[in-house]
Design a protein around this ligand. Structure first.
Ligand code: ATP
Ligand code: AMP
Ligand code: MG
Length: 190
């Protein structure tokens, strides 16, 4: 069984940016973008057209797509599977778990990595990213999300036994952060 690193962090913190660099520098690694898999299935079932519509679907539809994505990722057999996902989703019914028990069990993480940046940095990144429809946020609401993320990740670690690493994705540091994560995972696999 290879390594399965599940990388989480609030929207706009920089997960996809960093993880694309991690898999590019790690031979045998495969990136599983959980949202992209949900989107592909959601499009084929004519439920959504765009990524940022997923979290606005009725919760039973989101749950169906979430379970389907987890089942697909659970079949991946690469040397290192890097899962780019969310601990919780801000939905119209409240904060909803991205990694409830059945999902995190299917993903079988060997490592849990939480990416963080300051509320001001995340606010700036969300505002500067024209490719997405981001929810409006204040520095206070981002601080609340960052705090909530630490609570949710503890639950995942307790359920799975996987260790947590908290990594700060500082401004302009995406390449260094990717290298740090890749080296950490190389060390445990050697
Ligand atoms: P989502 O959860 O919504 O998919 P994400 O965590 O994957 O978000 P990205 O899309 O990777 O976030 O990054 C959001 C924006 O922040 C992008 O414009 C990206 O270029 C920028 N960014 C990422 N990391 C850094 C960094 N360390 N310094 C400055 N900008 C960054
Ligand atoms: P992302 O590009 O990572 O923001 O993912 C796009 C969308 O996919 C998110 O806004 C969520 O609606 C959805 N998504 C991603 N991961 C999960 C998850 N683990 N559980 C439920 N929805 C998720
Ligand atoms: Mg992303």
């Amino acid at each position: 069984m290879g390594l399965r690193a599940v990388i989480v962090g609030i929207p706009g913190v920089g997960k996809t940016t960093v993880l694309e660099k991690v898999v590019a520098s790690y031979r045998g690694a495969k990136l599983a973008n959980f949202g992209s898999i949900m989107l592909e299935v959601g499009r084929s079932e004519k439920l959504v057209q765009f990524r940022d519509e997923l979290r606005r679907l009725p919760l039973d539809k989101q749950r169906h797509l979430q379970k389907t994505a987890a089942a697909k990722i659970s079949l991946m057999k690469d040397k290192l599977v890097v899962v780019d996902t969310h601990l919780f989703i801000r939905t119209h019914e409240g904060f909803w778990p991205g990694l409830p028990f059945d999902v995190v069990r299917a993903l079988k993480p060997t490592h849990l990595i939480l990416l963080e940046a300051s509320p001001a940095e995340v606010a700036k990144r969300r505002a500067s990213d024209a490719t997405r429809y981001r929810d409006p946020a204040t520095e206070a609401s981002l601080a609340e999300e960052l705090e909530l993320a630490r609570s949710f990740i503890v639950a995942c670690s307790t359920l799975t036994g996987a260790p947590i690493t908290i990594v700060r994705n500082g401004e302009g540091m995406q390449a260094e952060v990717a290298q740090f994560i890749a080296r950490m995972l190389e060390r445990v696999s050697s």
